[in-house]
Design a protein around this ligand. Structure first.
Ligand SMILES: *Cc1c(COP(=O)(O)O)cnc(C)c1O
Length: 480
């Protein structure tokens, strides 16, 4: 469709088209897609759909109009505060996702500092290299300097490193519980001390972990404290649309008290319209995700979530054990939850991912960065657990296949070496030629991603940034 049809079409026709559009989408129901879709089972999905559509049209714009949405939100948030062990002073809101939660936590910190540290003109936040990209986005959007610090070989940030990065302009420390990339917990307790000693705010990004970690702890695993019970923690984010299995568009951002949360709120009473006050970033928002989260928490209950945590941890343990038995592969760091990053110093991990892609698996690759090797990343949720044996078999087969060709592709090696050589003074036209050669100029990714990944590794960061932006800019252009 390139324009709105003159005459409306039949529903039958429309849905037929839509089914066809999705024909090439990955079939996440098969369990071969790792991350993207968190699925707690068909019954839970039906319930979420029903609750979502029931409140699809209701608007959370003004919580005093649709009282139902205010009730759902307050009850969900309070249940989450209780889950993470927050006291009566802790408050929070539902947001559209982890990104919005992190954007708000950083904006809140910035506005808090404007009042409490007015002498700071150019605020800075300290973010470990393992912190989620949304924190970097928040710094970018809200005009803070993100001071990136390295992690140790175990992927945790050292409190000493953070302490050394503090300067008079620092307002906020951020850390992960755990990080998305490696599933590793930062030392939240020690960092809390550093924050307190320096009168800094401290955000714990529990977007992926904070919901499931209390259940993992209940299963008997060691999970260090990461929440408001740790002195110094001032805010915490937790995504319901990840291990809470809620519909997408649902996360929680929490603050140690109302005084701090105040800085999150926005009001506009000077424009021509009604008096606006927004608790979060959006104005108009569907009641769907809010109602669906409320329904699902009630439906699954503690028992349901404990079982989900067990199933995914069992699957994780099985994969970990299998990987540990493959001499070519290694699990990076000490992951605390069903998140795994797998590296190799013997075979090309990107090529292993291409092999797996050929077999229908959708697995993310993480580029080599600073002291961290390239990895492939598994986010294991309930939808994947029945596929574990198949995945292990395909990994083993892929490794065997790749071990035969130790030297790799000569032409590819030459291209990468040439690019590396050129990289220091690569102009955009030469680079466009490289992209064309790789067949990436039409906004479509080649089947073989390993070459692209290796090129991105050797190219200077600003060129990679430009390359991915150009690619995305092209992607959102309809070709006539
Ligand atoms: C997923 C994730 C986010 C961002 O959340 P979105 O819901 O994708 O916007 C932030 N932090 C961590 C650790 C995450 O895993």
């Amino acid at each position: 469709m390139h324009q709105i049809p003159t005459k409306g079409r039949s529903q039958e026709d429309i849905f037929k088209d839509m089914e066809q559009y999705r024909a090439d989408d990955p079939n996440w129901r098969s369990g071969r897609v790792w991350s993207y879709v968190y699925h707690a089972g068909n019954e839970a999905e039906e319930l979420v759909k029903k609750a979502y559509t029931m409140f699809l049209s209701e608007n959370g714009l003004d919580p005093t109009v649709f009282i139902s949405l205010q009730k759902f939100e307050n009850e969900v948030v309070k249940s989450i505060i209780n889950l993470v062990g927050g006291d009566n002073k802790v408050v929070g809101n539902l947001t559209s996702g982890g990104t919005e939660s992190l954007l708000l936590a950083v904006k809140t910190a910035r506005d808090w500092a404007r009042v409490h540290k007015p002498h700071i003109k150019n605020p800075e936040m300290i973010v470990p290299v393992t912190a989620h990209s949304s924190l970097f986005k928040a710094a970018h959007y809200f005009g803070l300097k993100a001071v990136m610090v390295d992690v140790q070989d175990d992927y945790t940030v050292s409190p000493e490193t953070v302490r050394k990065a503090i300067n008079p302009d620092t307002i906020l420390i951020a850390a992960s519980a755990p990080s998305y990339a490696h599933g590793v917990m930062d030392p939240i307790q020690e960092l809390g001390k550093v924050a307190l000693e320096n009168n800094l705010l401290f955000h714990v990004d529990g977007c992926i972990g904070a919901f499931i970690l209390p259940y993992i702890r209940k299963l008997g695993y060691h999970v260090p404290p990461f929440s408001f019970d740790v002195p110094g923690v001032t805010s915490l984010s937790l995504d319901l649309h990840k291990y809470g299995y809620a519909a997408k568009g649902c996360s929680v951002v929490m603050y140690k008290d109302k005084e701090l949360r105040r800085f999150q709120l926005f009001s506009c009473t000077e424009w021509a319209g009604y008096a606006v006050v927004n608790a979060t970033a959006l104005s108009s928002k569907s009641g769907g995700p809010i109602a669906a989260a409320w329904a699902l928490l009630n439906y699954l209950g503690e028992e349901g979530y404990l079982q989900l945590a067990k199933d995914t941890m069992d699957a994780r343990n099985k994969i970990m054990q299998a990987i540990n038995e493959i001499p070519e592969l290694k699990i990076e760091g000490n992951p605390v939850m069903p998140l795994l990053a797998i590296s190799s110093s013997k075979i090309d991990i990107y090529e292993l991912n291409d092999e797996l892609k050929k077999k229908g698996w959708v697995i993310g690759a993480q580029l080599k960065k600073r002291n961290m090797p390239a990895t492939i990343h598994l986010t294991i949720n309930k939808v994947n657990v029945d596929c574990v044996d198949e995945l292990i078999a395909d990994i083993k087969e892929g490794v065997k296949e790749l071990s035969k060709f130790k030297l790799g592709n000569f032409k590819e090696k030459a291209t990468i070496a040439a690019t590396k050589l050129l990289a220091s003074n690569l102009d955009s036209t030469t680079f466009e030629k490289v992209i064309q050669t790789l067949g990436m100029d039409d906004g479509e990714l080649p089947d073989k991603m390993s070459t692209i990944n290796k090129l991105m590794e050797v190219l200077p960061n600003d060129i990679v940034k430009k390359m991915v932006v150009d690619f995305m800019n092209e992607l959102y252009t309809v070709k006539e």
